[in-house]
Design a protein around this ligand. Structure first.
Ligand code: DGI
Ligand code: FE
Ligand code: FE
Length: 188
């Protein structure tokens, strides 16, 4: 599917603000795909559709998680997590994209997972650093993402975990697992 068609499809699912965010993620992801030699077309599609399910009713998303026998933990760690795996499911079902690498980029863009592919890392980081994101520390990750993808992942996940802890929200175990595995591998 080409970029223009994909953008037109996702636009209908999103608010204007979220669409602008999506275009920011797309541009950032393409830049990172060139640097890290990832499949640009797949990265584009995953970036464009990453928040496809963001505005689906919570009840609908919870039902899909149950009916499709997805990971049960998605139902207990916060509703913010649902749009990623449900997005992957709906993009396959409604848009007809069945490339598992693209779908995994969508599926894991919020929590991350152990042994993420380059595409998954690129979508995850681009979601965090795209130009419309403004929060303390984002500039640092923007710079580091151009040099070292894993280091950028460590910092962004660490920031997210701290953000969740400050709000006394649960941290999804796979998110902690990515953090642990990268921090033990990296010399940071
Ligand atoms: O959809 P976006 O806003 O573009 O970004 P996102 O898909 O990364 O979602 C961000 C939200 O997800 C934010 O409110 C924090 C939350 N989140 C991210 N990782 C975790 C998490 N929430 C829980 N409970 N646990 C996590 O590990
Ligand atoms: Fe998201
Ligand atoms: Fe997003």
């Amino acid at each position: 599917m080409d970029k223009v068609k994909a953008l037109n499809i996702v636009k209908e699912q999103l608010t204007e603000k979220r669409y602008i965010h999506t275009v920011g993620v797309l541009h950032t992801a393409v830049k990172l795909a060139k640097i890290y030699d990832a499949d640009e077309h797949r990265v584009q599609l995953a970036a464009i559709f990453h928040d496809y399910a963001k505005f689906r009713p919570i009840a609908e998303m919870r039902k899909i998680v149950q009916d499709e026998q997805m990971d049960d933990r998605l139902l207990t760690y916060g509703n913010e997590l649902l749009h990623a795996p449900v997005g992957a499911y709906l993009v396959k079902k409604e848009v007809g994209i069945d490339d598992e690498e693209v779908l995994n980029g969508i599926r894991y863009h919020t929590t991350g997972r152990l042994n993420m592919t380059i595409l998954e890392k690129i979508v995850f980081i681009s979601d965090y650093i795209e130009p419309n994101r403004q929060f303390p520390g984002v500039e640092e990750v923007r710079d580091i993402a151009l040099q070292d993808l894993n280091k950028a992942l460590i910092i962004s996940i660490s920031n997210t975990i701290q953000f969740l802890m400050k709000k006394r929200q649960p941290v999804f175990p796979d998110t902690l697992a990515v953090y642990n595995s990268l921090i033990m591998k990296e010399d940071i």
